[in-house]
Design a protein around this ligand. Structure first.
Ligand code: NAP
Length: 317
């Protein structure tokens, strides 16, 4: 990270910040970071603020009047959940995104940051994905409706800036991993799912990985994602921007790194009867470096080492 960057507290200290999805993986980490930076964090549960309810969302924000809104709520899960719930992942997220941006602008907030996703990129896109290719084709169909809800939020951010000069931005995040990730098998993403399986295996048993191992993905450590996301409030004006590492790893390489982090020596086998999904996925990190002076700091090996330590401690507790 550039030493010239002002501390995050310069933007957030003493500010009333609404974090939606504050009990989720990203939202919890955002709340912790904002609290450490001296922000006054408002973190309503879903029961206290249901974003599917347009009128209630507008009324709650009008009353609480947050100055900054960081929108991390999502009706989601792992890829399997997305594929099995195309209605919820499309309809619910489109509604929640529309309601929260509308309420944020109406209550007089000065900044809206909505968590976007690399899923919004076309299924086939030159790697690394640069922001100017975002609209070049349809996303990976297994999470199409979810990806389209992110695209709608990106479009709404641009519309609110163009028509009302309301600062609203939807940074596109790479796959997150790290301490605090979901452990529930129905919601776990690839890193957490692999890690849990490796840690539970007998020492000599191989780790079985779905698919050929050839598709590539990118993984950003949770603390880096939070830093990059929150830094987007400092953009001169809203723009499409990736928050990633720029480092592409094959699933086979990821599996090896997870085994190394957990000191598992049973080897790896692949199950080619399972689908591979999108062939390649990796965000360019260059626009964020240029506009924000920011780059991710935690490499995959170090991030996995920390995550394994957290997982072992959580299991033992
Ligand atoms: N995880 C990743 O790898 C990843 C990668 C790229 C982008 N992102 C983006 O990062 C954001 C956060 O993801 P995450 O993995 O942290 O999600 P998560 O752990 O599933 O958390 C989502 C949160 O949203 C809340 N929520 C769901 N429906 C709601 C509603 N109707 N009203 C209010 N709150 C509601 C949930 O509340 P309950 O707990 O009460 O259900 C939960 O706290 C999302 O926008 C996601 O697209 C995540």
């Amino acid at each position: 990270m550039s030493a010239a960057l002002p501390p995050l507290s310069a933007r957030y200290a003493g500010r009333r910040v609404l974090v939606t999805g504050a009990r989720g993986f990203l939202g919890r980490a955002v709340c912790d970071r904002l609290t450490a930076e001296g922000a006054e964090v408002w973190a309503p549960s879903r029961a206290a603020l249901d974003l599917l309810d347009r009128a209630a969302t507008k009324a709650a924000l009008a009353e609480a009047r947050p100055e900054i809104v960081v929108h991390c709520a999502v009706d989601g899960g792992g890829l399997g959940w997305m594929a099995a719930h195309p209605i919820e992942s499309g309809l619910h997220n489109t509604l929640m995104n529309a309601h929260i941006i509308e309420a944020a602008e109406a209550c007089g907030a000065t900044r809206f940051i909505g968590a976007g996703s690399a899923c919004a990129y076309p299924r086939l896109c030159p790697v690394p994905f640069t922001e100017d290719h975002l609209w070049d084709g349809y996303p990976e169909p297994t999470n199409g409706p979810y990806a389209q809800s992110k695209r709608t939020l990106i479009d709404l951010c641009a519309a609110y800036w163009a028509q009302r000069r309301f600062f609203a931005v939807t940074p596109l995040l790479a796959n997150l991993y790290g301490p605090g990730d979901h452990l529930d098998p129905g919601r776990a993403h690839v890193v957490s799912a692999l890690l849990q399986r490796v840690v539970s295996l007998p020492p000599e048993a191989p780790l079985t990985v779905w698919g050929s191992g050839r598709p590539t993905r990118e993984f950003i450590y949770i603390d880096d994602a939070v830093e990059g996301l929150l830094r987007c409030a400092d953009l001169d004006e809203p723009t499409t921007i990736n928050i990633g590492t720029g480092e592409e790893h094959s699933i086979a390489a990821l599996a090896e790194a997870v085994c190394a982090a957990a000191d598992h020596r049973g080897g790896i086998t692949f199950d080619p009867t399972k689908p591979d999904g999108q062939p390649r996925k990796c965000l360019s990190a260059e626009k964020a470096a240029t506009l924000l002076g920011w780059r991710a700091q935690v490499g995959l090996a170090e991030g996995l080492r920390r995550t394994v330590a957290w997982y072992r401690a959580a299991r033992a507790a």
